[in-house]
Design a protein around this ligand. Structure first.
Ligand SMILES: [Zn+2]
Length: 360
């Protein structure tokens, strides 16, 4: 077990055996023997490994609890195998911490996510995808209003949402996977909020549409459509933009982006798919966005004005402090779960850095 954990930690740090060996003064050969449980590292070696990998030594003794089975992994072709492994290890590691915390506070956890009742068995067109998105809004009692904090809502519905910083330099957007009885949705921590929300909604689409789509429907396109429809229902998009338009003003799109948490570019797509813009009007908008510059990149890549705020879930951290407050765990466990030094944890408990929220 120790060996498997050393390997997981190394992959999560994105290091080769040689690189990690160099950092801790061991040969790649010795490290390989540790990883295969052929020799047992000394406590001093474990300390050095922990330091180099940014984990506490307890990490090496924790049973790996989950195996991920991917449903969808949305990545750019440029994401290397190494970065992919690193992202997946980070997800697994974060999920394990969730499960440790759940075992410590068996309080009021939402039941693991299940699909809403009444989904059609067969989805034959993009219009029907639109209906599935509305079905989910209804099942989740979202009405037709903008969705404030999407991560909170998903967690309330029993999904495990994980934000990872390890996206290989923004090379992957998100993924949805099964782990034991849990459904895990992962999104990159590095994108602006509108992009994170679109990705989360896209991954929800994979969950809803899995094994239901007609063969001639491209799953990626269908999930994009699902995302748009889930974030901005058709009736609301028509109300905001009107039935038929020739030109959507950037300022108008900017305001709608901040109202609904859907990017300006996605609003243009939404207008196109609902027939509010004709195909040629759509092309004019896209051309215009490709020509306008924000710094040295186009509005296609970086939209003008204030970005939409990132999703910032705090439930995990809050529950660690709750467990501390009730003496359900000690400071050493809490700092391991939060990924901070005990001394930092203590200063946070004294509110010396009241704004420190994240745990990575
Ligand atoms: Zn996808």
């Amino acid at each position: 077990m120790l060996g498997a954990r050393i390997k997981q930690g190394r992959l999560a740090a994105g290091l080769s055996q040689r690189e990690l060996g160099r950092a801790v003064g061991l040969s790649a050969m010795a490290l390989s023997k540790y990883e295969n449980d052929q020799i047992k590292p000394s406590s001093d070696a474990l300390l050095r490994l922990g330091k180099a990998l940014g984990v506490r030594t307890e990490y090496f003794f924790r049973e790996p609890a989950v195996a991920l089975a991917e449903i969808d992994f949305r990545k750019h072709a440029g994401l290397s195998d190494k970065d992919e492994k690193r992202a997946l290890e980070d997800v697994r590691e974060q999920l394990e911490r969730w499960l440790v915390l759940e075992a410590i506070i068996p309080a009021s956890w939402p039941k693991p996510f299940v699909l809403p009742a009444g989904l059609p068995n067969h989805v034959a067109s993009l219009d029907e995808v639109e209906a599935v998105a509305e079905h989910l809004r209804e099942a989740w009692k979202l009405g037709s209003a903008p969705i404030g904090n999407l991560v909170d809502k998903m967690e309330e519905e029993g999904l495990k949402v994980i934000l990872t910083a390890h996206d290989g330099g923004k090379k992957f957007d998100g993924l949805v996977a099964k782990a034991n009885e849990h459904t895990v949705v992962v999104v990159s921590k590095n994108w602006p909020g509108d992009r994170q929300r679109f990705t989360l909604a896209h991954e929800l689409g994979h969950l809803m549409l899995h094994d239901r789509l007609a063969q001639d429907l491209d799953p990626e396109k269908a999930c994009h459509r699902f995302a748009g429809a889930f974030l901005v229902p058709k009736a609301e998009a028509l109300r905001a933009l009107g039935e038929s338009r020739t030109w959507l003003e950037p300022q108008e799109l900017f305001l709608l982006k901040h109202e609904w948490g859907l990017s300006m570019n996605s609003w243009i797509n939404r207008a196109l798919e609902l027939g509010i813009l004709t195909a040629s009007a759509g092309r004019r908008h896209k051309q215009f966005f490709a020509e306008q510059r924000e710094g040295d990149v186009s509005w296609r890549e970086l939209e003008p004005g204030q970005p939409y705020p990132k999703e910032c879930p705090t439930r995990f951290v809050q529950l660690v402090y709750r467990a501390l407050g009730e003496d359900l765990m000690g400071e050493s466990k809490a700092s391991e779960l939060l990924g901070v030094k005990v001394s930092d944890l203590r200063s946070r408990r004294r509110m010396e850095d009241a704004n420190a929220l994240g745990y990575q």
